[in-house]
Design a protein around this ligand. Structure first.
Ligand code: SF4
Length: 144
């Protein structure tokens, strides 16, 4: 299994998980291109800037200080089983797990659901761009 690719980290937030003090991990990669994306640098799939194991060690140091860890992006679930396994490990530390997702990978969302406590669906593409992203993923971007 590949290590997850983390492209950004916010160490403290009061607004990304309802009612809980949290940090946010921003994962790289996203299949769609929303017009108002706030993190366009995270869209290309590539190496993450952060070592996932060092981030995990840092999360251990936040036990008792933070209440939740939010997985955002990019589209976190694009990284499939790697991110689901990382969520499982983080949840075992006692954190609530939040997910910001564009809903593009319902099978991955279903697989991750035992380890997720709160989900926010968020995308800013037009319906056409959302569908284009889907066809791009299938290797058929001319379908639209
Ligand atoms: S789904 Fe999110 S990360 Fe992906 S392009 Fe849209 S706003 Fe950006």
């Amino acid at each position: 299994m590949n290590a997850i690719q983390i492209g950004g980290l916010v160490s403290f937030t009061t607004i990304d998980y309802p009612g809980k003090l949290a940090c946010v991990l921003f994962l790289v990669g996203c299949p769609i291109h929303c017009a108002y994306c706030s993190n366009p640098h995270l869209i290309p799939v590539g190496a993450g800037e952060y070592d996932p194991e060092k981030v995990f060690d840092w999360l251990k140091s936040r036990v008792g200080k933070l209440e939740a860890v939010v997985f955002s992006g990019g589209e976190a679930l694009m990284q499939g089983q790697s991110v689901i396994e990382y969520m499982r490990r983080v949840r075992e530390l006692g954190f609530s797990i939040g997910l910001h997702t564009n809903g593009f990978y319902p099978e991955n969302l279903a697989a991750a659901s035992p380890f997720i406590d709160w989900v926010g669906i968020d995308y800013k593409a037009t319906q056409t761009n959302y569908e284009l992203g889907w066809y791009r993923l299938q290797g058929n971007p001319d379908k639209l």
